[in-house]
Design a protein around this ligand. Sequence first.
Ligand SMILES: NC(=O)C1=CN([C@@H]2O[C@H](COP(=O)(O)OP(=O)(O)OC[C@H]3O[C@@H](n4cnc5c(N)ncnc54)[C@H](OP(=O)(O)O)[C@@H]3O)[C@@H](O)[C@H]2O)C=CC1
Ligand SMILES: N[C@@H](C[C@H]1CC(C(=O)O)=NO1)C(=O)O
Length: 327
Amino acid sequence: STPIRIGIAGYGNLGRGVEAAIAHNDDLELVGVFTRREPASVQTLRPETPVFAHDDLAARTADIDVLILCGGSKNDLPEQSPELAALFNIVDSFDTHARIPAHFAAVDAPARAAGKTALISSGWDPGMFSINRVYGEALLPDGDTYTFWGRGLSQGHSDAVRRVPGVAGGVQYTIPNEQAIAAVRSGSRPTLSTREKHTRDCFVVLAEGADAAAVREAIVTMPDYFADYDTTVTFISADELAQDHAAMPHGGFVIRSGNTGEGNSQVIEYSLTLESNPEFTASVLVASARAVHRLNQRGQVGAHTVFDVAPGLFSPKSAAELRAELL
Ligand SMILES: NC(=O)C1=CN([C@@H]2O[C@H](COP(=O)(O)OP(=O)(O)OC[C@H]3O[C@@H](n4cnc5c(N)ncnc54)[C@H](OP(=O)(O)O)[C@@H]3O)[C@@H](O)[C@H]2O)C=CC1
Ligand SMILES: N[C@@H](C[C@H]1CC(C(=O)O)=NO1)C(=O)O
């Protein structure tokens, strides 16, 4: 059958991961990368990948079935997703949880008006972890849900750090509280505040002439990202960042601990162990692009989240094949 033609909007860790992931999916074809920078300055994973200017997108609506947005959630996606949802079927990984309802509304209107389909906030959290939280609550109404991440590199928080004025580069690691995890695993269903579950460690390269105290304050007080956590900021050199912080492992798990009928304890757990956060997230985004293409073919326009997508739509297999092989 005809391959699904994919565009990548924004080429960072995630964009590179999508470029790699498309090569693992025979039913997908990469049209090219679209960047706000000078196209010739962008080094892609595969030399044959075409690179275009972001502004060329408006002229390419007939060439792309689904555009995967790989910009940062802090500043890029709030602007790009609504704008591009009016031109293309899109997938994004928007992960500023507190703002997902507003982002959904901002994308839904232009998508509907254009007869396009959007899937926002795909990935693993939000995304695969969200799906498992909703299953846990639906299956075990008498229960509590817990999510733990790391220790690992959060791309959303790292992007947010890099957008702070005076920051030349940086990463953020999320560290789970081991006592909190033990309490959850004991089945005691503890009440835990955001601050009691994780701490956040930032490693930052200061821009020339920037004020370290002002940068630290801007990070640790940042709403929706750091304000609710005990956060450290350590200043390092650009060489240390390149040498010691290039890998992007991550992972975590969702637990639903509940009780059924005659008081029996039931526990559901879904976990991820990721050597590369961006490559795994990209794998979810390309499967999401397949689902969005099918939803649009069925006339299901407007914004969607992973809660609105039947699991089979993520698979390249037909419904009949899935029934025969995976049911
Ligand atoms: N839902 C989920 O589970 C997950 C979501 N995410 C989301 O993915 C987002 C993107 O993460 P990530 O790819 O790591 O972010 P990056 O900082 O690597 O890239 C973000 C954007 O910055 C621009 N950019 C990239 N490199 C450079 C550079 N050297 N100089 C200038 N600009 C550059 C690119 O746009 P352009 O090419 O147009 O310049 C790119 O799209 C995160 O903000 C996070 O919110 C990530 C992981 C999981
Ligand atoms: N969206 C996260 C994916 C997970 C990781 C995370 C965290 O460490 O706070 N929250 O959700 C990311 O950008 O990496």
